[in-house]
Design a protein around this ligand. Structure first.
Ligand code: HEM
Length: 489
């Protein structure tokens, strides 16, 4: 759909639909006199303009989105009873919003930052949202640290800028971040476009089948366009020359019919294997190595339609990790558990209590049947139906079948750290990742990290940060130390 297709016909009107005689000159008391309050068009325009913005997302403010289709290519019914995953060849409508994390709404696309991968499946059993990133892991593993972490990525309260001190102070004091930081400062830390990167559900989720058996799964979306990245120097230039580079690339590729696609894979762990697995399978700072659980191809995701209105469909789109459908549920991952609260709360604040009713957000393949009512901008969709349950008037009623299966637990309540498995520590997978990089990529990784660490104001902050990489791999630490020393003099 192009912009020309949206030109509306007929005379200009006020918001109430009355024709407008003059949209160039406001009404004055005499020629050259003051403006009259009776010029309702002027007042309406100025007042509406003042209210054009809603709060930007507190993270992932900068983004672009597109509609598409998910097609199932493998029978997965032995692992999940989700209907949209029930039949090979079945197609489900989707909306995917890509984003950066730290920058504000108007910031540049070509920056070193994880990319958000927020994917909504409009299934016949309700919307299923997978709110992941282009990285399989994350910086921290407990939601209670998230606000602190994000404060270090955003603007400092005094300087108003992102500060190397805050970033490296937090990462140095949070050794569990070492794996994700080793990833972020490697080549994939700045994708060339949204089309040339993978997406990941990142967390572990529960799938359960008709028989009630439980499996733990991780989602991978492998780009069919091939991975393409920018070097730091290329990104610095592009961010200045074309801040909208990724957004434009996505829109233009869809406009010319060059639809980007991803091959969808899952790793599947039978529930009984979780307790004895060598890594805590619910620790978001860890991957499940492919030799343990090989990725299984299950489908194809294609993006094929641009939104018609960016504000309505992208800015007001909402995604929640708590939006599950029958056959899919959460895992005990402590980060995921925090996110189950965080997003709905953000939507109510940012878009409003009826955000779920907007065209981009509401179910497309079924309808929402709730007893919730009213609130700002309620559209009266329930007409005169009863607004309570149980009722004797044929209203919607509960199914008595939970979406997911219970998880067995032992022990008392408490501020417990996530359990540590046989091979778990904060550095082991960062070291493995470092050793997987080619010599050239190792050199770029060290250069990228050193350039940023060298900016901190205190030696102890720099040393603590370097020490995390040293513990991941001795060679990594040695090279980084030397590179930082060379820059700091
Ligand atoms: C406890 C940890 C986290 C909290 C509390 C949190 C909170 C939030 C909030 C409040 C938003 C803005 C939502 C909105 O205004 O619509 C957001 C956006 C987002 N978050 Fe998180 N987040 C967390 C961790 C993560 C992780 C681990 C990932 C990826 C694996 C992630 C991916 C995203 C994405 C992709 C968006 C943008 C969604 C969109 O496009 O609308 N977040 N997060």
């Amino acid at each position: 759909m192009t912009q020309e297709a949206h030109v509306t016909q007929g005379p200009l009107t006020t918001e109430a639909g009355a024709p407008v005689a003059d949209n160039q000159n406001s009404e004055t008391a005499g020629v050259g006199g003051p403006v009259l309050v009776q010029d309702q068009l002027l007042l309406e325009k100025l007042a509406h303009f003042n209210r054009e913005r809603i709060p930007e997302r507190v993270v992932h403010a900068r983004g672009a989105g597109a509609y598409g289709t998910f097609t199932l290519t493998r029978d997965v019914s032995r692992w999940t009873r989700a209907k949209f995953l029930s039949e090979v060849g079945k197609e489900t409508g989707t909306f995917l919003r890509f984003s950066t994390v730290a920058g504000n709404l108007g910031s540049a696309d070509a920056v070193r930052d994880p990319r958000g991968w927020a994917l909504k499946f409009y299934t016949e059993e309700g919307n299923y949202d997978l709110v992941g990133n282009n990285t399989p892991v994350f910086f921290i593993k407990d939601a209670i640290k998230f606000p602190d972490f994000i404060h270090t990525q955003k603007r400092d309260p005094y300087t108003g800028s992102q500060e190397a001190d805050n970033v490296w102070d937090f990462w140095g004091l949070s050794p569990e971040s070492t794996h994700q930081v080793t990833w972020l400062f490697g080549d994939r830390g700045i994708p060339a476009s949204y089309r040339h990167m993978n997406g990941y559900g990142s967390h572990t989720f529960q799938w359960n089948n008709e028989a009630g058996e439980v499996f733990w799964v991780k989602y991978h979306f492998k780009t069919d366009q091939g991975i393409k990245n920018l070097t730091q120097a290329e990104a610095n230039r592009l961010a200045g020359e074309d801040p909208d580079s990724h957004q434009r690339d996505l829109r233009e590729s869809i406009e010319r019919g060059d639809f980007p696609s991803w091959t969808v894979q899952v790793q599947v762990m039978p529930a009984a294997e979780a307790a004895e697995y060598r890594f805590n399978p619910f620790d978001l700072t860890k991957v499940w190595p492919h030799e343990d659980y090989p990725p299984i191809e299950i489908g194809k995701l294609e993006l094929n339609r641009n939104p018609e209105n960016v504000f309505a469909e992208v800015e007001q789109s909402i995604f929640s990790p708590a939006h599950f459908v029958p056959g899919i549920g959460p895992s005990p991952d402590k980060m995921l558990q925090g996110r189950l609260f965080g997003y709905g709360d953000a939507h109510r604040y940012r878009v409003g209590i009826n955000a779920d009713h907007l065209p981009v957000n509401r179910p497309h393949a079924t309808e929402a049947r709730t007893h919730s009512r009213d609130g700002a901008l309620y559209d009266g969709r329930h007409k005169g139906a009863k607004n309570y349950e149980p009722n004797s008037f044929g209203g919607p009623h509960q199914t008595d079948r939970p979406l997911w299966q219970p998880v067995s637990l032992t022990g008392g309540t408490g501020n417990h750290a996530a359990p540590v498995h046989r091979e778990d520590n904060d550095f082991v997978q960062a070291g493995t990742l470092y050793r997987l990089y080619s010599d050239d990529e190792k050199a770029r990784l060290v250069e990228n990290l050193a350039g940023f660490i060298a900016k901190v104001s205190r030696d102890d902050i720099a040393e603590r940060a370097i020490n995390n990489f040293r513990q991941a791999d001795g060679d990594f630490g040695k090279r980084l130390d030397a590179a930082v020393q060379a820059l700091r003099g």
